[in-house]
Ligand binder design. Sequence first.
Ligand code: SAM
Length: 312
Amino acid sequence: MVPPVPPASAEEIREANTRYHDVAAENYDSKWGIDFGDSGARQVSAKLCKALGGAPCHYGDSLEIGAGTGYFTLNLLRSGLIGRATCSDISPGMLQTLTANAGRLGLEVTTRGADAEQLPFADESFDLVFGHAVLHHIPDLPRAFGEFSRVLRPGGTLLFAGEPSRYGDRLAGVPKAIGRRLAPVWRRALGAAAAPPHAHASSAAALERVVDVHAFSPGELTALARGAGLEQTRVSGEELVANWFGWVNRTLETSAEPDDVPWAWRLYAYHGYLALQALDRRMLESLLPAGAFYNLMLAARKPAAGRPFART
Ligand SMILES: C[S@@+](CC[C@H](N)C(=O)[O-])C[C@H]1O[C@@H](n2cnc3c(N)ncnc32)[C@H](O)[C@@H]1O
């Protein structure tokens, strides 16, 4: 049984996030199948379109919060959707991997170690402030949203994607449990040895229970944006069946010695995930409310200079 986690202070959550992601940085891209080729660029542009509810424009100066290894910014640069990119993160290890990825791809990015609640940037510096899978790690969200709004230029766009929804997060326990049950049979079928107990595994598992501090309803995300003076808020949901498939496979894969997992299996898992993502997109996203999906996306605007705030 998993022991109950004593409530952590905001400082402990930030410190745990830094340590956890510093350790995760080295293998982060392979663990999550992060792609910086055409497929990654297509995925990220599609997420932007979905969050905004239409084609994105070109953004001169962008700031990514919790940029990790660069999944969003580097793919947006490759797609030509942003001009000058700044990436911030609380984890120096993540920013080191991001810098190496950018170098390999020949892309120019400014990096800055920063806590989302205290951004080291001047007021009204960016046309786009965005992030992927980061809000759920931040202890004081109203304070962080105040910072996002402060550094946005009037008329600028705020966009966050990949945030766990309340329902989705609860349901994800089911495919993880299925994966754990199937793991011994699956390893035998593939001739894969069990992953050796990793020196950091128990401390990583303990940190994991501290770093994820929120799951959201669509209304909560909307309220955070409006509370920071933003308007034209829009919340959408994505990934349901694809996510279940992904969690079962990821649980199976992490139970095995990585070199024993055949390439054919990895291809099946990757392409299966993309196929089910398309099924979610084409069939389920228009039928179900945003809160039914695993991931939520939020888009909002900072009112243009001299225009009264419109509560939409
Ligand atoms: C789940 S990872 C996502 C990384 C990347 N955005 C992606 O989608 O691949 C979350 C990232 O948020 C960063 N992070 C966590 N808490 C943060 C905070 N308070 N301020 C800034 N970044 C934070 C972590 O270091 C990590 O890089």
